[in-house]
Design a protein around this ligand. Sequence first.
Ligand SMILES: [Mn+2]
Length: 330
Amino acid sequence: MKDFNPNAPANPNSGIFGLPYNSNESEVILIQVPWDATASHKTKTALAPAAILSASKQVDLFHYKFGNLYSRGIYLESINSEIKKIKNKTSKVSAKNRTQLNQLTTKLEKIIYLDVKKILKEGKIPGIIGGDHSVSLGAIKACSDEKEIGVLQFDAHADLRKSFDGIKHSHASIMFNVINESKIINLTQIGVREFCQEEFDFIKSNNKIKTYFDRELFNRKSEGESWRTISAEIINNLPEYLYISLDIDFFDIKLCPNTGTPVPGGLDYNEFLYFVESVATVKKIIGFDLVEVSPNPVNQLDESIGARALYELCLCALKSKSLNSNNYRD
Ligand SMILES: [Mn+2]
């Protein structure tokens, strides 16, 4: 700890973002889930936690809006041995054996659920580093047991398919499963720009879901509405307690060229920062995840953007937790 200089390059033996804090000293606890068994395309999402950890050492700690909030501690747990076991088993299962794959993903969900539950019990903020988008389910279930939460999903896709390719817990069905299996009171989707009719009909028929399609956001901005006005409208309709799920493909493909299903469009990075920082000053973020980052060994762009977006989520969650003197667990 005494060697820590927040202005200097990260010590190679330091923790995530070059921070010196241990688990006891940290209010944000990150869990890594190197999992891509349900990804549609060949991606390297399972390699994301390690690549993000490595890229995180380059992130400057001082934050434009929140200063040195990192001093409240961010800690990355080592990979849960149970997750390693499931991953090993999965690698031996034929991709065609849907029954077995569904059983293993259900087991994984329970492990994540228990890990997140434990972090919440300690009054801390859990953050999940995926992995494909299916890793969110256990975390959201645990958070929705704790508080009446809404999920704020940043994603190019609606992820509301009833099942995808015979896989119940597919990345493409994550929010369908969240709606049906967790206790969330609201799902707000931002930036969605690829979806099927079944998903569109589901959005329109389910009053828990509010989707701000990418085209709608673009059109409103084009016709003169400010991002401030649009953000305020969205944020005013959110419940008090939130879980944020950030799929990296939410951003324009120039920021995540290696992700499994990139789609053109999406918000600018600064618009994202403006939005989540606004959320952090009026709502309480009790948990979050970053998913679908697919490392690119050539330019390391996806993991560098991912590390910065993750840092932003950590600080926004910390900021939101200190809104008043009460701990969010009341
Ligand atoms: Mn997604």
